[in-house]
Ligand binder design. Structure first.
Ligand code: GLN
Length: 483
């Protein structure tokens, strides 16, 4: 039963082959048995899951239907869940029980999804290896000595190991697409403003976006349908109708113009990954797509710009964690300044402190123009590159990551080495564009992802291309040994 996708679960529940309660019990037992190897969950919510599963079964018995009614999922532990610990992977929020549900959590619960738990993540979503979590590193089910990617590494490892069919993630610079690539999943970062950020603990507010992680594009369509939509509680939420994503899956790719940026195939890319990307291009060509070489000339400036803008926003967002109102408070402070200093010094881990310092520096009076303003200008140039490219092509295709999953600890002493792994993903966040990663093959037994980018609000196009690719390839069906 644990091999079933969301789409198969929906059919099984509709045909009364099993109940949501039965399925939920099977998956909770599987998590108890296998997750100690992976550490993909921070909290399990067994009681909530069983209550929601029984309620979903009752709704189905009353004639209700719906692709998510009774479907087991998990939330990255930065989506607020009422009365349940919402830690953001940090000691700072280890004792924090959210007073309300995030919009995404509430919408999925209303659609009948069953929450099995909260998944592990890099502290405050800062990282690309899931090693900065206060709750310990997550292991990659494809090789337990390797990282699963980050920051949504817990969601990725759990879904890849078949502990559950799908989970939510968030993506500020790649945190859905990169862990999806490194664990053989399909993950989609929607257009900025497509999915509400209300109740999603902020890292860099102008870049953060929630989205689905699953094994297939078909399942990403189902989960995104439950997450997307206008939310008056989020001032950057966009009031655009949500299309039927599942209905978009079956369009023909005949004549689809795919742009492959020449800058993507530079020295930093593992040549074995480059070969797999070329193979995926050939597979799409066979389905009728037309390939065109394009250029994104400002791409080389993306990492420096992102690593100014994201920390700048983080330093502002994280100033609310002061030891006074909620979260961690140090013991026996001697005065207010001591309370602030020690609560933040003890509550935040090293990577979070590094980013707060970089961000505060970039925003300081003397350096604002030189760093922050400059980075914002680069951001506009990157967006302009994409706008020019999308005049010529319908989709942009390339690798999701320059390398497969690295060994645990391999980049711990060199944060910049980890930042460089974000080279292909962060441009979509800087421009606010939707992006999807899907399985494209293996290198040394480790999964490789191919990334697709589309114009604003063309999530359906991304899902269409990925679904057609998955009907003609079987990379996404491979299961890690032992799971
Ligand atoms: N790796 C990037 C960072 O550390 C992206 C993280 C994310 O998307 N949340 O900032």
């Amino acid at each position: 039963m644990h091999q079933l996708t969301l789409a198969e679960i929906a059919r099984g529940l509709a045909d009364k082959k099993f109940s949501s309660e039965e399925l939920t019990k099977v998956l909770l037992a599987r998590i108890a048995q296998l997750d100690p190897q992976l550490n993909s969950f921070i909290s399990l919510t067994e009681d909530l899951a069983l209550t929601q599963a029984k309620a979903a079964d009752a709704r189905r018995a009353n004639g209700e239907s719906g692709a998510l009614l009774g479907a087991p999922i998990a939330h990255k532990d930065l989506f607020c869940t009422q009365g349940i610990r919402t830690s953001c992977g940090s000691k700072m929020l280890d004792n924090f029980k959210a007073p309300y549900d995030a919009t995404v959590v509430a919408k999925l619960a209303a659609a009948g999804a069953v929450t099995l738990g909260k998944t592990n993540m890099d502290e405050f979503a800062m990282g690309s290896a899931n090693e900065s979590s206060y709750y310990g590193a997550v292991k990659n089910p494809w090789n337990l000595e390797h990282v699963p990617g980050g920051s949504s590494g817990g969601s990725a490892a759990a879904v890849a190991a078949r502990l559950l069919p799908a989970a939510t993630g968030t993506d500020t610079g790649g945190s859905i697409r990169q862990p999806a690539a490194l664990t053989n999943l399909t993950g989609l970062k929607p257009t900025y403003g497509r999915v509400s950020r209300w109740g999603m603990i902020a890292y860099a507010s102008s870049l953060d976006q929630g989205g689905p992680m699953a094994r297939t594009a078909e399942d990403c369509a189902i989960l995104l349908q439950g997450m997307a939509g206008f939310d008056p509680n989020d001032s950057t939420s966009i009031d655009e109708p949500v299309p039927d994503y599942s209905a978009s899956l079956n369009g023909s790719l005949q004549g689809l113009r795919i742009g492959v940026p020449k800058e993507y195939f530079s020295a930093g890319l593992d040549p074995r990954i480059a070969e797999l990307i070329h193979n995926s291009v050939k597979a799409l060509e066979k389905l009728g797509a037309v390939i065109k070489e394009i250029s994104l000339p400002n791409m080389q400036h993306a990492i420096p710009a992102y690593y100014v803008i994201a920390p700048a926003e983080a330093s502002s967002n994280l100033s609310r964690f002061d030891g006074v109102r909620f979260g961690y408070r140090c013991e026996n402070p001697v005065n207010l300044i001591d309370l602030y200093k020690r609560s933040r010094g003890e509550g935040f881990g090293a990577e979070v402190q590094r980013r707060i310092m970089v961000g505060a520096y970039a925003l300081s009076a003397g350096y604002y123009d030189a760093y922050y303003l400059k980075a914002q200008k680069i951001r506009r140039l990157i967006k302009n590159d994409f706008m020019a490219a999308f005049k010529e092509v319908d989709i942009i295709l390339g690798p999701t990551t320059p390398n497969p999953a690295w060994k645990l600890g391999a980049k711990n002493s060199d944060p910049v080495a980890a930042y460089l792994e974000d080279v292909y993903t962060i441009t979509a966040n800087l421009a606010g564009l939707p992006g999807l990663s899907m399985p494209a093959g293996f290198v040394d037994g480790l999964p490789v992802g191919v990334q697709l980018l589309a114009p604003y609000f063309q999530e359906g196009r991304l899902l269409n291309v990925a679904h057609q690719y998955q009907l003609n390839t079987d990379w996404h069906t491979r299961t890690p040994t032992g799971f």
